[in-house]
Design a protein. Structure first.
Length: 313
């Protein structure tokens, strides 16, 4: 039995009947590099979950999910030296990176099948307080689907394990998003005026962020169930190997050939065909180590849920 768990896998997406037109948009991801393509898939899955938790209808959910799939499509025309740079981008490089929004938008507008979903590439870096790009628009001028994608995109980008940056834990990532959901700190009179003009809001929608908390908690609880099933499997395997070891020890200590053969048969009753009796001590040690590691991980997941529930926006 192999332990598997994909945090971003959404069973809800699989339940939707994606027609040929939508499959065409998803195929566009093939032009992206592996990291960007996986990021786009994850953002789409998270966006789908957010839509469901927000109570949005199926039509909008599919629309938003498709917009999310192609939100970074413009990155296929960003130079690899910029897109995959392991260190912080220079101001000039960041300006180049920002063009993936307008490039993606133009790609969509030039393709009749992609045109309906052009808001995904175009608006997903806009901020409620006007500090985003490419147009610096505010509040309700930003389409709601793009507000959802913005939250999903930022969360996935922060938490993703990539070749060029360290992994950041989920709670730390949520704390970063909480700061983005809050109005900028006032440093001078112009900040007061700006906050007043933009409705005293942060970069991302608080309600959507709160919904992300629920999605993460739900997925973490699912992960606990999945891992608990595997822990129970390991527990049964340890009992089986311990039983085999008991008879193995008797077999090794036995001088009578007939009795030795008897205990050998008892040992084999507890072993699978591909298992070697001589490796029983090693197998037992490995199973116990795996059991301990996963028990500790489940404890950490429970602790993570407690921490998320304490977060305030």
């Amino acid at each position: 039995m192999k332990e598997t768990f994909d945090f971003y896998n959404s069973t809800s997406i699989k339940s939707y009947n994606l027609d040929e037109k939508i499959r065409y948009q998803l195929k566009m991801l093939d032009g992206l590099d592996n990291f960007t393509r996986k990021h786009s898939e994850n953002v789409a899955n998270i966006s789908c979950r957010l839509c469901e938790k927000l109570g949005l209808d199926k039509t909008f959910t599919i629309y938003c999910t498709t917009c999310a799939y192609i939100h970074d499509i413009g990155k296929m025309f960003i130079p690899p030296s910029v897109l995959q740079k392991p260190s912080r981008l220079t101001d000039e490089e960041f300006e180049i990176m920002k063009t993936h929004t307008t490039i993606g938008y133009k790609m969509c507008m030039n393709d009749l099948k992609l045109r309906p979903y052009s808001e995904g590439p175009y608006y997903h870096h806009e901020s409620l307080n006007g500090s985003g790009y490419p147009n610096g628009i505010t509040g309700d001028k930003i389409p709601y689907a793009s507000k959802i994608i913005r939250v999903a995109d930022e969360f996935e980008a922060i938490t993703a394990k990539r070749q060029y940056k360290s992994h950041i834990g989920i709670v730390d990532a949520l704390n970063i998003l909480i700061e983005d959901a809050r109005p900028p700190k006032v440093k001078n009179a112009s900040d007061v005026v700006q906050n007043y003009k933009t409705g005293n809001v942060g970069k991302i929608d608080k309600k959507i962020l709160k919904t992300l908390f629920k999605v993460i908690i739900e997925d973490t609880e699912y992960e606990i169930v999945a891992r608990t099933d595997y822990v129970n499997f390991l527990k049964d395997e340890i009992k089986r190997i311990e039983s085999a070891q008991k008879y193995y020890n008797k077999m090794v200590a036995q001088k009578n050939p007939e009795k030795r053969e008897y205990f050998k048969e008892e040992v084999n009753c507890f072993l699978h065909p591909n298992e070697d009796a001589e490796k029983i001590p090693q197998m037992l040690e490995e199973f116990k180590a795996a059991y301990k590691a996963r028990e500790e991980h489940i404890t950490k997941l429970y602790d993570e849920i407690k921490q998320i529930k304490k977060l305030k926006i």
